[in-house]
Design a protein around this ligand. Structure first.
Ligand code: RP5
Length: 170
């Protein structure tokens, strides 16, 4: 699916070292049947590729971009500077980093006024994908239904946990 269908979501990561943390985003899109593409493009090592991905995305039919980066994490901001598509920043706690992802979180969330970047939690890959899905679902009723079902599944798990905990009370 990810390869054949026209991508609606781009997942761009700053380094392939981000992939283990980013993978749950791809899995979530896959499970929702949303066509996506994954790319490695660095805002400082391959700035031209990063800019091209963002500038060409709307024309290719992409509806949202997930930008994952660690450290100074300027990738989401650079992509957002070159498109008016929604960009969801995914701050990464890079294994080589020293600040546990706080650097990336602040760099992602503190965009100056005028060029917005949405931000999810540090390493919050699944939520980045779900937020992209919710954006798509504003004009896709079938997808909105799938997202509602996901919420119901989560609620059912909490209900089961509640029953289990109650069962252990004396
Ligand atoms: C960022 O620097 C990447 O997004 C990654 O999280 C971090 C470290 O990159 P590598 O040195 O592992 O390539 O640009």
């Amino acid at each position: 699916m990810a390869k054949e269908a026209k991508a609606l979501v781009l997942i761009v990561m700053g380094s392939d070292s981000d992939l283990p943390i980013v993978r749950p985003a791809a899995e979530a899109l896959e499970s929702l049947g949303i066509p996506y593409e994954m790319h490695v493009a660095s805002a400082h090592r391959t700035p031209e590729r990063a800019v091209a991905l963002a500038s060409e995305a709307r024309g290719r039919g992409v509806k949202a971009i997930v930008a994952a980066a660690g450290g100074a994490a300027h990738l989401a901001g650079v992509l957002a500077a070159h498109t008016t598509l929604p960009v969801i920043g995914l701050p990464i706690a890079a294994p080589s980093g020293t600040l546990g992802g706080m650097d990336a979180l602040l760099a992602t969330v503190q965009m100056p006024s005028g060029v917005p970047v949405a931000a999810v939690a540090i390493n919050g890959a699944r939520n980045a994908a779900l937020l992209a899905a919710e954006i798509l679902a504003t004009s896709d009723e079938a997808l909105a239904k799938k997202l509602e079902e996901l919420r119901e599944e989560m609620a059912a798990k909490v209900d089961a946990a509640e029953a289990k905990v109650k069962g252990e009370q004396r």
